[in-house]
Design a protein around this ligand. Structure first.
Ligand SMILES: N[C@@H](CCC(=O)N[C@@H](CS)C(=O)NCC(=O)O)C(=O)O
Length: 205
């Protein structure tokens, strides 16, 4: 059975948990957190030199970092990956957008505001630039979701899972979704998917 090493509260770690829940597949959760030094420990760095969570451990003892790479691996051959090569590339485009334009603003602003450990780096300049960048990313999503149910094609894909993780808690980062009706409708559609589990759900809990 696979193990997902990660932190219950992290959106990046929620992505593979949500996919596994939607697929109805069993897995183990192993709690590793940056808050207590777990990701910096020698034992964890031996598994992944990047020292970040989530980290996938396969049943045969191999390790894979990076939440969206983990989604691609676990989602291979499932209904969450489009059959068409171009649509598959579109899905990847949204996942790269998530890592470069969305997560560094929407998720980072949330961590600056929610975690006391981050208080000393939550400068007014950083809060302002992540607010600007996060709202730009949300506008890009809104442009698509105002007229479509899903980010790619007409069915949920790994891109929706990747972008759901931090968009659904954007308010905790001080983002107001009131003006983003398309995004709000899409969030409700993800929540209504068969097998959906919330962020704080852990297997066996
Ligand atoms: N690009 C990575 C980012 C992972 C990441 O930043 N994880 C955070 C928790 S959400 C972490 O491990 N931080 C620990 C650290 O930076 O030391 C991914 O998508 O998996």
């Amino acid at each position: 059975m696979i193990t997902i090493h990660g932190m219950a509260d992290s959106g990046n770690c929620y992505k593979p948990r949500l996919l596994m829940a939607l697929l109805g597949r069993p897995f183990r959760h192993a709690e590793v957190s940056w808050r207590d030094g777990g990701t910096a420990s020698k034992a964890f760095r031996q598994k992944t030199p990047i020292g970040k969570i989530p980290l996938l451990e396969t049943g045969d003892g191999r390790f894979l970092p990076e939440s969206n790479a983990i989604l691609c691996h676990l989602g291979e051959g499932t209904r969450f990956v489009p059959d068409d090569a171009f649509e598959r590339a579109r899905m990847l485009a949204w996942m790269f957008f998530e890592q470069y334009s969305h997560e560094p603003n929407v998720a980072v602003r949330r961590s600056l505001l929610c975690y006391p450990e981050m208080a000393d780096v939550a400068t007014p300049e950083r809060l302002a630039s992540t607010l600007r960048g996060g709202n730009s990313a949300l506008e890009v999503m809104e442009e698509r979701l105002a007229g479509h149910d899903w980010l790619v094609g007409d069915a949920p894909s790994l891109a929706d899972i990747a972008l759901y993780a931090y968009t659904h808690v954007a308010d905790e980062g001080g983002f107001d979704l009131a003006a983003f009706a398309g995004i709000r409708g899409w969030l409700a559609r993800v929540t209504a998917l068969d097998g959906y589990r919330p962020r704080d759900w852990l297997p066996g809990a």
